[in-house]
Design a protein around this ligand. Structure first.
Ligand SMILES: [Zn+2]
Length: 253
């Protein structure tokens, strides 16, 4: 056994490892449309597969919990098949899971997120975990958000970030079963309020207001090689963050 993935273990097996486990990772994804390019499980599987790589690198100090296969996706509901949680449900699930983990003696929790729509709720959730449950916690991105400097060099379209070359590449490398290779299409963008958003605040927008086909960027430029680069960078950065913040190690950069 070279990784601790909770759903792959039995209760006696996890009991033997509890004293070595310092941190639990909860991957958070979504069940939402990704245009013609990727299936509904994309964000969930990307966060879970990233979590598995981290659990391998940090064995036996990290325990990977089951993934959130649903997230906050109101802004994708105009596209058939998307399922959304209310923010209250999402936050409540995180609190209930963290409370269970705390009962088993785990005091540190990292939420590894692969879906932008979850971010506001994650911010509320980590405050509750810290100030109401007394846990050491954080949330961190695991996709193109955490590799935005690399993507700035590689991206081929003005607006990327969903079912784009970055997300499709990462999926090709990490979870190829998600990708519809023969249907890959560029985002069909509309000229809309997304471009007119204020720098000082926020406009709530829906994906059907900005794209005809549910995608951004240009998925036809995706490659396994770019996916490998994104994944390695993301996993290196999350590992460094865990070592510094949760394990209090000094990292030389
Ligand atoms: Zn996605």
């Amino acid at each position: 056994m070279n990784r601790l993935v909770l759903s792959e273990l039995t209760s006696p097996e996890i009991a033997d490892y509890l004293s070595s486990i310092e941190l639990a990772i909860i991957p958070t994804g979504s069940h939402e449309q990704h245009g013609p390019n990727l299936t509904f499980a994309t964000d969930a599987d990307r966060s879970y597969e990233t979590g598995k790589l981290l659990a391998e690198r940090l064995f036996p100090r990290v325990l990977l919990c089951p993934c959130f296969n649903y997230g906050v996706s109101h802004h994708h509901m105009a596209f058939p098949g998307t399922i959304t949680l209310r923010e209250e449900t999402f936050i409540g699930m995180i609190i209930d899971i963290a409370t269970s983990l705390k009962q088993h003696g785990i005091q540190k929790i990292l939420l590894v997120n692969a879906h932008g729509g979850n971010r506001p709720a994650l911010g509320v959730a980590i405050n509750k975990l810290k100030f109401e449950l007394g846990l050491q916690t954080a949330w961190i991105g695991s996709g193109t958000d955490l590799s935005s400097d690399l993507m700035a060099q590689k991206k081929s379209a003005e607006i990327t970030g969903h079912a784009c070359e970055g997300e499709v590449s990462q999926s090709m490398y990490l979870a190829p079963w998600l990708v519809r290779e023969n249907a890959l299409a560029k985002g069909a963008l509309k000229d809309t309020l997304y471009k007119k958003r204020p720098w000082w605040g926020q406009v709530p927008w829906s994906f059907d207001e900005i794209t005809e086909n549910g995608a951004l960027g240009d998925a036809t430029k995706a490659s396994v090689k770019l996916g490998e680069e994104i994944t390695n960078l993301v996993v290196d950065r999350i590992e460094a963050f865990i070592r510094e913040y949760f394990f209090e190690e000094t990292i030389t950069k």
